[in-house]
Design a protein around this ligand. Structure first.
Ligand code: MEV
Length: 349
């Protein structure tokens, strides 16, 4: 068995606009998806998923990829998770020059699904790494990131940037602008995440922004302005000492940019009442800035606050289900030691 893990991420700036070639700065955080892969004698794929903010589930289906699994849990999120795993398997088989190989796959994750923390990217990245290593092939990080992007692109009908998958593969803070992907040296920013317990439909949210952008010049300008915010933020980060804690003035300036970024995302229709509530609660509690992270529609916000105040404020905010401090994950995808694989959940064939 081979086991790999990859981190989730928060967007400091730039989600949605990155789909249209503007830069974005996502930062990997210490919440990981772990994927264990064991090749099978037949060409079946058996997926067991645990801790995906759902009751665990297990599905088994014939044909290495492409066939629809017979899932008796009709949750769109479960189907989405299976789609990403399927796409990761397809990329791994292609990289190894194999077909008709089946796998037993176990996914364990402490990243809530579809909540803006890059759960799908982390599963795809870790899945490609574990499955290729199971087939005796070691891919370098660039190829894992590229194949993970292609997997997300396929599942999301072409509505994906390289940001989530590159960040999850490399770890740390990264900058993505079109095909140009780089790692950044940044200080460890004091991220606080608030989660409303919900999820957004990335495909529908990206399509909504696309429609607005095509319909209204001012919506296209809004997307361009998010790009300006990211460039301004990058400049601030490049002047900071990556080895020291960020000073107050940097946090104040980054926070102002995050607030502006959230306002523009709200204007583009991708926020929600609960995300806005959490953003305002974080600001009221003293966060330097707060914004939604990821596709939006529900899920998570990210705030900047080195003190415990924002966590306390969010804990008492109606509609906020979970709050945690998110440390920068300096390591991206990595091989893990094997561990016991006790089976839980249902099996549908
Ligand atoms: C989703 O985590 C981020 C979006 O910008 C889509 C993407 O970049 O693929 C909304």
């Amino acid at each position: 068995m081979t086991v790999s893990s990859a981190p989730g991420k928060v967007y400091l700036f730039g989600e949605h606009a990155v789909v249209y070639g503007e830069p974005a700065v996502p930062c990997a955080v210490e919440r990981r998806a772990t994927v264990s892969v064991e090749p099978r004698e037949d060409d079946h794929i058996r997926v067991e998923a645990r801790d995906l903010s759902l009751d665990g589930f297990t599905v088994e289906y014939a044909g290495s990829t492409g066939d629809h699994p017979d899932v008796n849990v009709p949750t769109p999120l479960v189907e989405a998770a299976i789609g990403y795993i399927d796409a990761a398997v397809e990329q791994a088989l292609d990289a190894a020059g194999e077909s008709d190989v089946g796998f037993d796959i176990t996914v364990e994750s402490d990243i809530p699904l579809g909540a803006g923390l890059g759960s799908s990217a982390a599963v795809v990245v870790a899945g490609i790494d574990a499955a290729t290593r199971a087939l005796g092939v070691e891919l370098d990080a660039e190829e894992i990131a590229d194949r993970a992007y292609r997997a997300e692109y396929a599942v999301q009908d072409g509505q994906a940037s390289r940001a989530d998958t590159f960040c999850s593969t490399m770890g740390g803070a990264v900058r993505v602008e079109g095909d140009d992907c780089r790692t950044l040296d940044t200080p460890n920013l004091p991220f606080v995440v608030g989660f409303d317990g919900g999820a957004g439909d990335t495909g529908a949210l990206v399509a909504g922004v696309r429609d607005l952008r095509e319909r209204y010049g001012f919506a296209a300008d809004t997307v361009d302005t998010i790009g300006d915010i990211v460039r301004e933020g990058e400049e601030l980060l490049s002047e900071a000492d990556p080895e020291s804690d960020p000073d107050e003035s940097l946090l104040v300036e980054l926070g102002n940019l995050m607030n502006f970024n959230h306002g523009l995302l709200e204007a583009l229709g991708v926020s929600s009442r609960s995300l806005d509530n959490m953003v305002w609660a974080a600001r009221t509690a003293g966060a330097h800035g707060a914004k939604l992270t990821g596709a939006g529609g529900g899920g998570c916000i990210v705030a900047l606050d080195p003190t415990p105040e924002t966590q306390t404020g969010l804990r008492f905010t109606p509609g906020c289900e979970d709050v945690f401090r998110a440390e920068l994950a300096t390591e991206g995808v990595r091989a893990e030691a094997e561990h016991d694989d006790a089976s839980t959940g249902e099996t549908a064939e």
